[in-house]
Design a protein around this ligand. Structure first.
Ligand SMILES: Cc1cc2nc3c(=O)[nH]c(=O)nc-3n(C[C@H](O)[C@H](O)[C@H](O)COP(=O)(O)OP(=O)(O)OC[C@H]3O[C@@H](n4cnc5c(N)ncnc54)[C@H](O)[C@@H]3O)c2cc1C
Length: 393
């Protein structure tokens, strides 16, 4: 097969992976008036069956432990609110907030995170058990010493619709989507399973959970791997009015078990037990997680969940950054034509608008303009300088 190289000089871009991150970059590039080049998105699975962006819980919060993650999500919620105008789609954004519940063991960390969040101007409040019970009467406060509630800019939205809207808009603006698989990455070129080779001035690696695997084809060590997460769709037989009211926040207990409303149902899940979270496990729902971890914790914390049944479920991959659970974004220190945007470890959906914009700025203007993502650069990995996000749900 012949090689293809854009005739537009320094502005041909190939994006590996067309999920929310890759498609957001494609959209932001093509809508930047300073960009006149070509954008090719190589996506091996146009049905998105295994893309994390199609299997996400699609929630957005400001309650992070690092200021940069707060900034990324703050940009995200602003973008989601403007989605009808920018992307022509209503993403069904709901904003009842997040509620982190803490036992004595987690209290110091909750207070430290709260200080960071307040310093960044987040709308968060700490609730002692009495205030918690008054505000959310459906919660059992047993064992809880403190809670943190986000009162604005937090909630959930239709994530798959966001990914599709980015794709549709990027295409309308002239991005070219190719249904093929990148089997080899090299400086300035990708080779596809079909045998086709595409050269480009910039290659952006946005292959989600498979980014580490794709980077390895170029001999690059990238600490991103697929980690399975199961989501359970739960019907609660007789939820009390306050729980069913629409003001119920995404609630996370001390063990990491979480739930949130979804239509007339609830979504719930947890982080698998340490030692039971292998890379690349098959995308099969772990029903034992519901029986052994999620249901017991929910029934103890929210008595209405005693009469709950799972009516649906799915499993998806976190694109897990084993180094520090944060995005890896920016140019490879030695291969200038290669940009990473991956490893978001469970918060990539809400960060996709900001990351797309930032990477487009890096390509078009040579530097970040809206949000400085340089702390998330690949260099921190070789330098052994983790930016650890403590609030990974
Ligand atoms: C169960 C679950 C719950 C989550 N909840 C939240 C949440 O509440 N809030 C939040 O912000 N985030 C959440 N996330 C994380 C979020 O979904 C991801 O961070 C985000 O979707 C990552 O987007 P992406 O574009 O990087 O990856 P993906 O959507 O996976 O896209 C990557 C694409 O690359 C393609 N690809 C891979 N390899 C190749 C190749 N060699 N050649 C061509 N194409 C390739 C894949 O087919 C895929 O479509 C959740 C994830 C899961 C699984």
């Amino acid at each position: 097969m012949p090689s293809i190289r854009s005739k537009s000089g320094l502005s041909s871009v190939v994006i590996v992976g067309g999920g929310a991150i890759g498609s957001s970059i494609a959209y932001h590039l093509k809508s930047d008036p300073g960009f006149s080049g070509s954008v090719v998105v190589v996506e091996r699975d146009p049905s998105c069956a295994r893309a994390s962006s199609a299997l996400s819980a699609s929630s957005i919060r400001q309650q992070f432990s690092t200021p940069l993650n707060i900034h990324l999500s703050r940009h995200g919620i602003g973008f989601l609110r403007r989605a009808p105008e920018l992307l022509g789609v209503d993403l069904g954004l709901k904003e009842p907030g997040y509620l982190f519940l803490s036992s004595e063991a987690g209290e110091a960390a909750l207070r430290a995170n709260h200080a960071v969040q307040k310093g960044e101007g987040c709308a968060v409040e700490l609730l002692d058990p009495a205030a918690l019970a008054a505000r959310f009467p459906w919660i059992s406060t047993e064992g809880i010493v403190l809670a943190s509630h986000g009162t604005a800019n937090e909630g959930w939205f239709d994530g798959p619709a966001l990914m599709q809207a980015f794709r549709r808009k990027a295409r309308e603006l002239g991005a070219d989507y190719i249904a093929d698989e990148v089997v080899e990455l090299a400086p300035g070129a990708v080779t596809l399973r079909s045998g086709r080779r595409i050269e480009a001035d910039t290659i952006v690696l946005t292959a989600g959970a498979w980014s580490g695997e794709v980077a390895a084809t170029a001999g690059i060590a990238l600490p991103v791997e697929p980690r399975r997460r199961s989501v359970f769709v739960v019907d609660v037989r007789d939820p009390p009015g306050a729980l069913a009211s629409g003001s119920t926040p995404l609630t996370i207990g001390p063990s990491g078990v979480w739930f949130r409303p979804e239509g007339g149902f609830y979504l719930a899940g947890t982080t698998p037990a340490a030692g039971n979270d292998p890379a690349g496990a098959p995308l099969e729902v772990q029903h034992a997680e519901w029986d052994d971890m999620v249901w017991p914790a929910l029934a103890a914390r929210v008595p209405a969940f005693e009469a709950a049944k799972v009516v649906n479920s799915w499993a998806g991959y976190y694109e897990y950054n084993t180094f520090d659970h944060n995005g890896i974004v920016g140019r490879h220190p030695e291969i200038e034509s290669l940009i990473f945007a991956t490893g978001f470890s469970g918060h990539g959906m809400q960060q996709s608008p900001a990351v797309g914009r930032a990477v487009a700025e890096l390509i078009v203007h040579g530097s970040y303009r809206t949000i400085d993502l340089s702390p998330f650069g690949y260099e921190r990995i070789s330098a052994g300088r983790p930016i650890r996000e403590l609030n990974v749900v």
